[in-house]
Design a protein around this ligand. Sequence first.
Ligand code: ZN
Length: 233
Amino acid sequence: MAVKKAHVMVVTPHPDDAEFGVAGTVARWVKEGKDVIYVVCTDGEKGTDDINLKPAQLAKIREQEQRAAARLLGVREVIFLHHEDQGLEDTPEFRKEIVRLIRIYRPDIMVTADPYRRYVWHRDHRITGQVTLDAVFPYARDLFAYPDFLEEGLQPHRVKEVWLWASLDAINHRSDVSDTFDIKLAALRCHESQVGNNRFPRLGDWLRQRAKSMAEGENFELAEAFHRVEITW
Ligand SMILES: [Zn+2]
């Protein structure tokens, strides 16, 4: 398996979570010349209240929406794992899938949902975050974690940083998205099945307000906020 180095790997539970969480920062990284790739764990085929929209149809729509958003942001590649929406579990197979991708793409930075957000939190988000953290350390790093990967030529890899979105009370890093906020909003609008049709009538205002409050205390206007972990061991 050939290595396809990327600087940043974003692991998102559903199409659209990455746009809410990190799209402004992704657009900035791309402008700085970094290669960003997306890993989308489920197709989000249960994300509707329209009884006439069949899950298989919605999966196709949401895949297209995610690809359009990624294209707009300049994401190099989008990988769909096609797990069942609302069906993610912390299994050895899922973890191994993420480790395999880390070892192929060898990112410096991983971005995903904070699994430690308390109380009410989407189970798919919690599990995606947890499995990704476990995949980063120790499984992607350790030589003998997966002997079969070594035979395939997938060497261990040390990720340098993990950025977790939706951290709420654990935020320790605010990323300046003042110049890329408009691209973030446009990317979010690509998810028509989620934010269109008056489901989110004041999306732009709401998003800007949120980005403003996340930038509080910083010398820039708009931010995305994270719990950022540097991995030094
Ligand atoms: Zn989600």
